[in-house]
Design a binder for this molecule. Sequence first.
Ligand code: PRP
Length: 207
Amino acid sequence: MSDQDKGPRDDRWYLNIMAPNTKGEKFAWLDPTSIYINARAFNDLLDDLMADLDGVEYDVVAGLDAMGFVLGAALAARSQVGFLPIRKAGKLCVETDKVSFGNYSGKTQDMEMRKPAFAEGTRVLLADQWVETGGTMDGAIRLVERQGGVVAGMVAIAIEENERTDGYRATYPCVSAVSKGSRWQTECNAQTLSSFASYKPELAFPR
Ligand SMILES: O=P(O)(O)OC[C@H]1O[C@H](OP(=O)(O)OP(=O)(O)O)[C@H](O)[C@@H]1O
């Protein structure tokens, strides 16, 4: 792809290379990780998220296990702040706080954060790949607040619209590559993208 192909910044062209689910309803409805494979796509995604995070103040980025680690760590590096992994339960070998949460799959799971992870009043930016029901974010918010942290905002490739995520947008700065009011947002809410019709894995190849 050439620079000309990028188009206006609002285009968010890299969303076109996200892959549809081909494995059925036990899985998420799409796979955004194809964006990470392609250098231009990944960098343009990070550029747009960083631009939209301008004015949001945070001391650390917390990434949600597992795919939130990719975006969260990359944004932490760009922001020159540290990165805090919030893990699915049973992995951390240090003291932890634990919460239960439900996500799009309908299952209840536990997640953990090291204890203590930060000083009281630390501003934490929560990063995840995707927000669907918002249940995973809810667990992360509780973990951060339990240790006296302040949720500084949330960032993801997309935040689907529903009652819970409307509440997040009303409460925190929420940044997503899928812009509110865009046709991408409408398609994400409906869980089908028009770009799926022309999706090819080759679109994401590294070169
Ligand atoms: O808003 P929710 O309904 O809670 O769903 C969003 C969560 O689901 C996806 O992760 P998943 O649990 O599939 O795990 P993964 O990151 O390990 O792929 C996504 O990365 C979020 O973490």
